[in-house]
Design a protein around this ligand. Structure first.
Ligand SMILES: NC(=O)c1ccc[n+]([C@@H]2O[C@H](COP(=O)([O-])OP(=O)(O)OC[C@H]3O[C@@H](n4cnc5c(N)ncnc54)[C@H](O)[C@@H]3O)[C@@H](O)[C@H]2O)c1
Length: 405
């Protein structure tokens, strides 16, 4: 049994805390957002897909202690950083929250703890940004490791236990201790030779995805001009059993990873004198999608969106989770409204955002758009009606309407 503290109880830190506690470790889940901690204490958990009754048992037995008191981390042998690493207003990495979290840990941790960073960041973050914050810690015998998180919230097949974990310490002792910890709940550990390799591997994974999505989106634009269905061509291409992985077009990318992590890679590359081209170009293609899709929708409605009633089904950035961060659905709604249409949205998973509430699925619309098809959305109302519906979703499920792309 290891005493662990997880800093940040969001999409990454909360499930990590629960998996670590289920494995028999005693876990302090610290977050500086009081409302989040009070929600968790009252049984309102930040992410679904976990067994709620087991979570409340872990809380009752104090195997998992959610708190906003940072002094509770002082007993922990391992402290994991799982805080946001967003972009600043110029589109560059903003590591401010990670640095704040490291400072809080430095003030409150024991001097022999292992500090692990799971937050996504550029190569060199652990060694050059995180570790120096602890330099002045009294009696410093701390260890440092990187173990980038790969969780895919809402994915029912791949979770913290069966998704291999890349781990690397600054020293061998740090690697060994970090591996011992992850082995308590994760089946496959890949030891990398340095934290920089671990950090870079995470950025490459998400950049790979982002670039391939951009390629699928560009293919959708080409297919429109050439007059064929990109979806059908991609489905045909995906029958190739080797050397191919299917990605489908969509209205763009969202979430805290795909639109952001590649920017960390291109930013650090530029600082080091490399001039990456593909990454920034792919990003631009993806963020232009909501606008280009809105224009295509306009042509579908006789080139006139003024006062046209449109309903968007699903506004989260992906199905079955309430996460709206960077969601391209919000951009699409903005674009359609700018062009004069009256847009409502139906999303029972999100419920509410920006003082707007999810409306019931509506029959009285000129157009229904399937954007983020949560399992919870029942499309039978639209199916059993003459409502015109366009399926803009990126997954390959057939909702009964032809794919838009
Ligand atoms: N969400 C994902 O799917 C995902 C997947 C893999 C990796 N990541 C990476 O994991 C990291 C965390 O992302 P997330 O999605 O969990 O973010 P999140 O916003 O869901 O959760 C982060 C939590 O950290 C808290 N926090 C911020 N600063 C803090 C501080 N100084 N002290 C204590 N708590 C603090 C916030 O209140 C929040 O509850 C990011 O680097 C992200 O890129 C995210």
């Amino acid at each position: 049994m290891i005493k662990v503290s997880i800093i940040g109880q969001g999409y990454v830190g909360f499930p990590l805390a629960i998996h670590a506690a289920i494995a028999g470790n005693t876990v302090v889940g610290y977050d500086n957002d009081k409302s989040k901690i009070s929600d968790i204490s009252q049984g309102k958990y930040p992410i679904s897909g976990l067994d709620n009754s087991s979570i409340s048992l872990l809380i009752d037995s104090k195997m998992y202690v959610p708190t906003y008191d940072p002094t509770l981390i002082s007993e922990s042998d391992i402290i994991v950083l799982a805080v946001p690493t967003p972009l600043d207003n110029n589109g560059n990495p903003d590591t401010g929250l990670l640095e704040d979290a490291a400072r809080i840990v430095s003030k409150n941790c024991k001097s022999t703890a292992l500090i692990i960073n799971e937050s996504t960041s550029y190569p060199g973050t652990l060694r050059n940004l995180v570790e120096p914050i602890f330099k002045s810690k009294l009696g410093h015998k701390l260890l440092f490791a990187s173990a980038p998180e790969r969780i895919d919230p809402g994915n029912i097949n791949w979770n913290l236990e069966n998704t291999p974990r890349v781990v690397a310490g600054i020293t061998n002792e740090a690697t060994v201790k970090a591996v011992d910890f992850y082995q308590t709940f994760c089946k496959v550990i890949h030891k990398a030779s340095s934290p920089e390799i671990a950090e870079a591997s995470k950025l490459f994974e998400n950049t790979f995805r982002m670039v391939n999505i951009a390629l699928a989106n560009e293919f959708a634009i080409i297919s429109k001009n050439l007059g064929f269905s990109a979806y059908e061509a991609l489905t045909a291409a995906s029958t190739k059993p080797f050397g191919f992985m299917p990605f489908y077009p969509s209205i763009g990318v969202g979430g805290h990873c795909i639109p952001i992590d590649p920017k960390y890679l291109s930013y650090s590359a530029k600082l080091a004198g490399a001039m990456p081209k593909l990454i920034d170009l792919a990003h631009d293609i993806n963020i232009s999608m909501p606008q280009s899709v809105a224009l295509r929708i306009k042509t579908e409605l006789s080139n006139d969106l003024l006062n046209k009633k449109i309903q968007v089904a699903g506004v989260a950035y992906k199905p079955n989770i309430p996460d709206l961060r960077e969601s391209p659905a919000l951009e699409l709604i903005k674009e359609l409204r700018k062009m004069g249409s009256i847009v409502t949205w139906h999303d029972p998973v999100v419920g509410k955002f920006d003082n707007e509430n999810s409306s019931e699925l509506d029959l009285n619309v000129d157009l229904g758009l399937i954007v983020t098809p949560h399992e919870q959305i029942d499309f039978s109302l639209w199916k059993n009606s003459s409502v015109r519906v366009l399926d803009l979703s990126a997954n390959s499920k057939d909702y009964g309407w032809p794919k838009f792309f």
